[in-house]
Design a protein around this ligand. Structure first.
Ligand SMILES: Cc1cc2nc3c(=O)[nH]c(=O)nc-3n(C[C@H](O)[C@H](O)[C@H](O)COP(=O)(O)OP(=O)(O)OC[C@H]3O[C@@H](n4cnc5c(N)ncnc54)[C@H](O)[C@@H]3O)c2cc1C
Length: 305
């Protein structure tokens, strides 16, 4: 027996949960399936999310959103959607609880940051202490005038170091493997007063309020915070299963209404090519849910002409 519902949201981060709140309040049946690795759950305290002048932790924000969605009737299930295929009136998904069919599906699966080589416990402790950060747009304000290390001497690292140089004149670019910077990048970094450490890092050691980097030639340096700029991988296996073309092999170009096709498939949040921020993910979620509802109304002959 295959379970059937109206709308499935794959991913329970800020994008998927916002969509679930809206869909539930449009009186739609909605099931959220979430593997539980929201990037928002890594945020010790967000201070740029509007409406929380004292800041809010990522896990607390997600819990509030889950409460809000379930209050209006959304079902939230922990688990993974392993496969998806198009069927006559929607999509069939393989979930941990068995097959599930829906007339409309929102992909809100997010992305995963590439990490420096750190064990899980050290990674978590450094994040919580603000010694390790992934989002200068979110929290560069908190590292003004600090000794900031940026890891990744390619295009990502250079761009991130230049961004951070407007907050501190003590920004150093580090690399994990010996890298030749091109002349243009080198000139931009010099102009911005960014130091480039040519010797690759061999290890990081996180103390209570500083971190030290040990380099391949044996010398050490101390910094106040580290921004890995190693890029990210989109959680896009389901999109590939549906033959949706990707941008840079890791995100999708949704239309202005968050549609991926005219067959009931939508996308929201970091997996969409846009600014990776909570407020953007929430905006996408709201637009996607409203489009899903109105597209279903149209399919059911509930709209004019
Ligand atoms: C350390 C850090 C600090 C940040 N600070 C801020 C900040 O202060 N302000 C701000 O605006 N942004 C911040 N961000 C960015 C913000 O967290 C993201 O933009 C936001 O979480 C994106 O929401 P999303 O719903 O698109 O994806 P996510 O929150 O990543 O959620 C995606 C969910 O989908 C699930 N999933 C993936 N594949 C499947 C599948 N096949 N089946 C079921 N579930 C699946 C994942 O497990 C995950 O739970 C920060 C990010 C990090 C890493």
């Amino acid at each position: 027996m295959v379970e059937k519902t109206e709308c499935v949201v794959i991913g329970g981060g800020p994008a998927g949960l916002t969509a679930a709140i809206y869909l539930a309040r449009f009186c739609r049946q909605v099931v959220v399936i979430d593997a539980g690795n929201s990037r928002a759950s890594m945020i010790p305290r967000s201070r740029n999310h509007a409406g929380f002048p004292e800041g809010i932790g990522g896990p607390a924000l997600l819990e509030r959103m889950r409460d809000q969605a379930t209050q209006f009737g959304a079902q939230i299930r922990v688990g993974e959607v392993r496969d998806i295929e198009m069927i006559a009136d929607g999509y069939r998904m393989q979930t941990d609880d068995g097959p599930l069919e829906a007339r409309a599906v929102l992909i809100a699966t997010g992305v995963v940051n590439r990490r420096p080589p750190l064990d899980e416990e050290t990674h978590e402790r450094a994040l919580q202490a603000g010694l390790l950060r992934y989002c200068p747009i979110c929290d560069a304000f908190e590292v003004r005038d600090q000794r900031v290390a940026v890891l990744g001497a390619d295009g990502h690292g250079v761009a991130e170091a230049l961004f951070l140089s407007t907050y501190s004149d003590k920004v150093t670019l580090l690399t994990l493997i010996a890298t030749d910077l091109d002349a243009g990048d080198r000139a931009d970094l010099d102009r911005a007063g960014i130091e480039v450490e040519p010797c690759p890092v061999s290890a990081f050691d996180f103390a209570e309020d500083t971190l030290s980097a040990t380099f391949a030639d044996g010398h050490d340096r101390t910094f106040d915070t580290l921004y890995p700029a190693l890029g990210s991988n989109g959680n896009c296996a389901l999109l590939q299963a549906l033959d949706i073309s990707l941008v840079d092999e890791q995100c999708v170009p949704a239309d202005d209404h968050q549609r991926l096709n005219d067959r009931g498939l939508y996308a929201a949040g970091d997996i969409v090519a846009a600014l990776d921020q909570i407020s953007v993910a929430m905006g996408h979620g709201a637009i996607a849910a409203t489009t899903m509802h109105n597209d279903l109304r149209k399919r059911d002959g509930q709209t004019p002409g």
